[in-house]
Ligand binder design. Structure first.
Ligand code: SF4
Ligand code: SF4
Length: 358
């Protein structure tokens, strides 16, 4: 992406429709559980759907908390689809009924994301804070596949499930399920800072993903490292969507997030104080073209190693959510494969020998 303050196409909007959730996941950045006070009403949510259609937004991801705890989710989803907006739906997979599956078949979302944080019930239920979550989520994945719906599994890594990637691979390989692996950041109240990945553990995870990509064909295991998963490595292949080159963070540029009370953020991975406005006070079109978001489109001021980095102009410090989590500021990102290679894997030490010393 070339930095420009002019509004561009809104390619992806992630909309937290409610903060209510039946699980208590450790890594949840928004500490979901109870609904926010003053969540958008159905009439307000339908108006927002119309604004997204009018802008237009290319794709809207509906999520929670747990999306299915909002009784009007399908009404809002239908409004978006009727307006020609592509849809993705994220759920924890524990509440989906046959009726919901029938609704989803009519809505034809591009993908339905279901969270899976362990290759077995013991780890997944521990991370998700609820016994029985694994069995229910896995049954949902099977039911969605049986209904010919496209499923994507999303795994969020912390030190509590770092070694689960092989176990999850055994569940997913050969089933035509897309798998996105991402890294937990700070923000939520349930995850101890000590449970966040350290840089070398992050590198270990990247190495594991690279090994899995080399072992399995794309059709057998379509595995993707999410936005926050490493940049500009000189030793590992790119881990993102095949063919896509990392060109800097999309937050506020072609990506936007909406909180369930109508506040708008450049990305929902960012802390809530990044909000640039409120859909109860302003229209989406005004916010998307306004001055508050323009600062997100200007070139990022870089600090620390990112400041001197040879990839800095294009990369701009990687995922802003991760940079802010780990360093407290935009444009300063220690969770970067290139940074780790230059600062911790120098000399003759191979990634494997360093990792075995973790
Ligand atoms: S050190 Fe910073 S600018 Fe350089 S590649 Fe890593 S995240 Fe990007
Ligand atoms: S903050 Fe991270 S997750 Fe959000 S758009 Fe930027 S790179 Fe993507």
């Amino acid at each position: 992406m070339t930095a420009s303050t002019a509004p561009s196409q809104l390619e992806c909007c992630v909309w937290e429709m409610t903060l209510r959730c039946n699980l208590r996941c450790l890594h949840c950045g928004a500490t979901a559980g109870r609904a926010r006070s003053h969540e958008l009403t159905t009439a307000e949510a339908l108006r927002v759907a119309d604004e997204l259609t009018a802008l237009p937004a290319g794709e809207v991801t509906l999520m929670g908390g747990e999306l299915l705890l909002r009784s009007d989710w399908a009404q809002v989803a239908g409004r978006l689809r009727n307006g020609g907006v592509q849809l993705a739906v994220f759920t924890n997979g524990t509440l989906l009924t046959p009726g919901d599956i029938a609704l989803l078949r009519r809505l034809t979302p591009r993908t339905i994301g279901v969270s899976l944080d362990g290759g077995n019930a013991s780890v997944h239920d521990d991370v998700r804070g609820t016994r029985g979550a694994f069995e229910r989520s896995w049954s949902t994945i099977e039911a969605l596949r049986k209904a010919d719906l496209r499923v994507a599994v999303i795994t969020t890594l912390t030190r509590r499930n770092l070694y689960e990637l092989p176990g999850i691979t055994r569940l997913l390989a050969g089933r035509d399920i897309r798998w996105q692996v991402q890294v937990a950041g700070v923000g939520g109240e349930r995850l101890a800072r000590n449970d966040l990945l350290r840089p070398l553990e992050f590198y270990f995870a990247a190495l594991t993903l690279a090994r899995l990509r080399a072992t399995f064909s794309w059709s057998a295991l379509p595995l993707i490292g999410a936005h926050d998963f490493g940049y500009c490595s000189s030793r590992l292949p790119a881990l993102g969507i095949p063919g896509q080159v990392w060109m800097g963070c999309d937050a506020g540029r072609n990506t936007l997030g909406i909180r369930s009370d109508g506040r708008v953020q450049p990305c929902l991975s960012l802390p809530e104080d990044s909000a640039i406005g409120d859909l109860r006070a302003s229209s989406l079109t005004d916010l998307w073209g306004g001055s508050a978001i323009a600062t997100w489109r200007a070139p990022v001021e870089r600090h620390g190693y990112c400041r001197e980095c040879s990839h800095g102009e294009r990369c701009e410090g990687g995922c802003t959510g991760l940079a802010v989590s780990y360093s407290g500021r935009r444009g300063d990102n220690p969770m970067c494969l290139h940074y780790i290679e230059r600062t911790q894997l120098r000399g003759n030490s191979s990634p494997q020998s360093l990792i075995s010393s973790i």
